[in-house]
Design a protein around this ligand. Structure first.
Ligand code: BGC
Length: 414
């Protein structure tokens, strides 16, 4: 099995984000959910009816509760149980995000109880021998920050910087890896361009400001973290799509695939390449362009209808390595698969893809699967199941999926 060739200190883990698992968060997303749950439930047929699994998901997606993060997966209180699951699965790394709205619920006022919580949380990871990989910002913001205009205003970046400083002062000494921000490309596109996510803005000029402000937010965060702890490895997570022409002989399709790659994958990274110790790669998508349209094969697809080509991870890693020559870490990779029908295949293919990349000289440091737990999939809500571990949200009982057991067996320690 390919795993033999991974570096000895390779990080094998899983990823989460605070708002998607913790439960009872109060931020711009939770407020938006409260206001839109009914509307989203009513719009469900339009959005999901064309999926092959529609008869199965219909009862879930047409209920407003599906669209409320609410109690989450109760990770905020059950984190020790979840860390025991990591151990059980032979995982030695865990990515999570720290929730800004808990630590600074009111502008300039820091919640000591929340700081204590994350201190205990990190101590529990350390006790379990699991490497923490902390994300400062995974899309959720305190409501006071939203009221000030969020990341659409350049002068608001200083609030994020202050938060980064506080958190680094509190926890920097216990960490080796941090990620400043998660997928600025997805956030900007969904929140400011296509209007699907809060604040549901559809304005290219605002989107550009947000994108540029996130560049600045990363740069400042990098400077602050390095000043406080020069050895801390600073990265960010980028959604990197594998863009390909459907017909390699079509000049137009090749040009469009090239542009998609440039604007989606590289435009942001090009601006921060000197302020990065490593790149966090989030890989889900291979897109085949026919002219300006994406024309993917009809199969295989995951529960959300996303075309699956897990081997594309190799191309994404090799391209990122070629452009940036920076260490890479897969910080997300996975699929919505409630019945666990395709997850093992996806994992097999992903391990092979990583092996290929490593054999071709890519400096790859780790693989963090998305996700450890079934979680709140943003505007799609609870029905998509991304977890290595299933969560029954009535009882909060965790059940390890068979594919996760398979992965655990592939990971040889030491
Ligand atoms: C995000 C996650 C999300 C996952 C699956 C990534 O774009 O960072 O928060 O749940 O994809 O859609």
């Amino acid at each position: 099995m390919a795993k033999r060739h991974f570096p000895k200190d390779f990080l094998w883990g899983a990823s989460t984000a605070a708002h998607q698992v913790e439960g009872n968060t109060h931020n711009q997303w939770s407020e938006w959910e409260q206001r839109h749950a009914f509307q989203l439930a009513a719009a469900a047929p339009d959005r999901f009816q064309s999926l092959p699994n529609w008869p199965i998901i219909q009862p879930l997606v047409t209920k407003p509760e599906n669209y409320l993060s609410a109690e989450g997966a109760a990770h905020y209180t059950r984190y020790k149980e979840d860390f025991a699951l990591l151990k059980q699965l032979n995982l030695n790394a865990f990515r999570f995000s720290i929730e800004w709205s808990r630590l600074e619920p009111t502008e300039g006022e820091w919640d000591e109880a929340a700081f204590t919580h994350y201190r205990d949380y990190l101590a529990a990871l350390q006790a379990a021998g699991v490497e923490p990989i902390m994300t400062f910002w995974h899309w959720t913001i305190p409501t006071w920050f939203t009221d000030r205009g969020g990341f659409s205003r350049r002068r608001n970046v200083r609030f994020f910087s202050r938060f980064v400083q506080k958190v680094t002062e509190a926890y920097g000494s216990t960490l080796h890896y941090v990620l400043t921000i998660n997928e600025p490309n997805v956030y900007t596109a969904f929140s400011y361009l296509n209007g699907e996510w809060p604040p549901q803005t559809k304005n290219p000029a605002t989107a550009l400001s947000v994108y540029l402000n996130l560049v600045q937010a990363h740069r400042e965060a990098h400077r602050i973290i390095k000043r406080l702890k020069p050895t801390l490895q600073v990265g960010m997570s980028m959604n990197l799509a594998d863009s390909r022409p459907k017909n390699a002989h079509s000049l137009v399709s090749r040009l469009v695939a090239f542009m998609a790659d440039y604007f989606w994958n590289r435009w942001f990274l090009n601006r921060i390449r000197r302020e990065l110790d490593f790149i966090g790669v989030n890989y889900y998508f291979t897109n085949y362009y026919q002219g300006v349209r994406v024309r993917n094969p009809a199969k295989p697809i995951n529960d959300m209808g996303w075309y699956m080509e897990p081997s594309g991870l190799a191309r994404v890693l090799e391209t990122a390595w070629r452009h940036y020559r920076l260490p890479l870490m897969v910080t997300e990779n996975g699929l919505a698969d409630a019945n666990d029908e395709s997850r093992q295949w996806w994992l097999e293919q992903s391990l092979e893809a990583m092996q290929q990349a490593v054999d071709n000289g890519v400096d790859l440091r780790g693989y963090l699967h998305w996700s450890l737990l079934d979680n709140f999939e943003w505007s799609s809500g609870w029905w998509p199941k991304f977890g290595l571990v299933a969560v029954d949200r009535r009882t909060m009982k965790r059940t390890v999926r068979p594919s996760a057991r398979w992965l655990a067996k592939q990971i040889v320690k030491g």
